[in-house]
Structure formats: structure tokens, C-alpha cells
Design a protein around this ligand. Sequence first.
Ligand SMILES: NC(=O)c1ccc[n+]([C@@H]2O[C@H](COP(=O)([O-])OP(=O)(O)OC[C@H]3O[C@@H](n4cnc5c(N)ncnc54)[C@H](OP(=O)(O)O)[C@@H]3O)[C@@H](O)[C@H]2O)c1
Length: 238
Amino acid sequence: MPSVLITGANRGLGLGLLKLYVADGWRVFGCCRNPAKAKQLKAIAAKSGGRLTLHKLDVEKPDTIKALKKVLKKQPIDMLLNVAGYYGKSIMTEPGGRQEFGKTDYKDWDKVFAINVKGPMRMSEAFADNVARSDRKILVTFSSIVGSIALNNAGALYPYRASKAAVNMMMKSMAHDLKAKGIIALPFHPGWVRTEMGGPAADLDPGEAAAMIKKALGGIKKSHAGKFLDYRGKFLPW
Ligand SMILES: NC(=O)c1ccc[n+]([C@@H]2O[C@H](COP(=O)([O-])OP(=O)(O)OC[C@H]3O[C@@H](n4cnc5c(N)ncnc54)[C@H](OP(=O)(O)O)[C@@H]3O)[C@@H](O)[C@H]2O)c1
């Protein structure tokens, strides 16, 4: 039975993916900040025959990552999905959500980087050995097309764009550094999706997007390491 660890599993894309992997018979480690309040997750776990377990994890808090490592020990993880992310205090379509030049909130910038960049870095360092012990050995961090420098033709979104460009660089380095362990590391763009972060104007319905994302993740092979993959299974320019 393949296994997947998902951060940010209580809502949005993390929840959509979790539902699909549970339905597909995978062993799922669902991580979120407050499992006790995650009603949907608890209901799915109760019906999963023990295949879904819920774990308290705040990627801004290294002690919660250490605690999870103590629970999982040497458990093989076929796919580590760093999904948890933070856009900023307002989403893109709200007033102030374009994160324009001259209006930078530096405190919020730190939070964006703590969650989007240091979070998946810490998770990857903590659980790379678990991924290496598995059959599939896939380590993915959710990035965004707005982290592509080549495709930036609109400006603004400073902290969020910069955080996802940093994710791309981080995953490229991991692809090199973890190759010897057989790990396939890459950044992934999930599409513009109508979650809390994506907002109501986004292109894709969360259920439709989760299905496309799962298919694209299922197609990952060794030659994908260090490439910027998207939800259609296509590569994006850096
Ligand atoms: N939606 C889009 O259009 C879109 C486009 C491109 C890329 N992405 C990326 O895809 C990923 C998922 O996005 P989404 O749309 O599902 O976002 P979302 O609906 O806003 O959900 C964000 C998730 O991240 C979790 N999270 C936030 N801070 C956390 C922390 N410190 N520790 C642990 N979990 C934390 C949230 O948990 P709480 O409920 O506890 O806050 C929630 O589960 C993100 O990395 C995002 O940047 C999304």
C-alpha cells in the first residue's frame, strides 16, 4: 500500500488530495495545525479503517515537526507533499492583495517566507530519509506559476512571488542533493484554484483540480527531478 504525507490537509488542495488518496486505498498521514477541530478529516479518518491518521503540525513551529518525526520514526513515505502555504494577509483579489511596490508589509513578508519556504525545507530535511525508504521516493513542494521569473509579465505580488521562486530554487537543489538517495524532488504548480487562497475568481474547481493534480503527481518519474511541473503534467519555465 503506497503512503503519502500531506501538509495543510484540513482544507483547500490538501484536503481535496487527501480525500482522493484515501479513496484510492493509500496510507495517508494527514497533517494540519489543529486536528481536533478538523471535522471533515476526523469523519474521513473514522471511516478509513486506520489508513488515515491525523497529525498536529505547524510548519512554522519546528518542535511540531520534531514531534511528528518521533511518531513516524522510520516509516516509509512514498510521497511527501508540502502543500501548506500562505499568500499573505489579504488574498490576491481583495483590497491590498496585489502586494504592490511601496506597500510592503515586512512582518507579513516574514510569515510568507516562514510558511512557504522554511516550512517545506524543514519538512524535507526531517522526512527525506522516510521518503528514501519508500518505493516511489517522491518529494514535492507546492509552488506557483507566479514564482516563475520567465512568466512574470505583470509585476507586484512581491512576498508571494519571491517565496515561490525560492521554493523553486530550493527544490532544484534538493533534486541534486537527494538524487543519490533515489529521491525525485521537484516544485509543483497546482493551477489557479477556487480555494480560500485562490479566491472565487480562480479558474478551477477544487475537486476538479485535485483530480488533475493527483494524475500529474502519479506520472512523476526520475526524469522529472528538478523540473517545474504543473497540474496538467506539463513543465513550466523557471
Ligand atoms: N489555490 C491556488 O490557486 C494556488 C495557486 C498556486 C499555488 N497554490 C499553492 O498550493 C498550496 C495549497 O493552496 P490552497 O489553495 O489549498 O490554500 P488554502 O486553501 O489557503 O489552504 C492553505 C493550507 O495551508 C495551511 N497552513 C497555513 N499555514 C500553515 C502553517 N504554519 N502550518 C501548517 N499548515 C499551514 C492551512 O491551514 P489552516 O487551516 O490551519 O490555516 C491550510 O490547510 C499552497 O502552497 C499555495 O501557495 C495555490
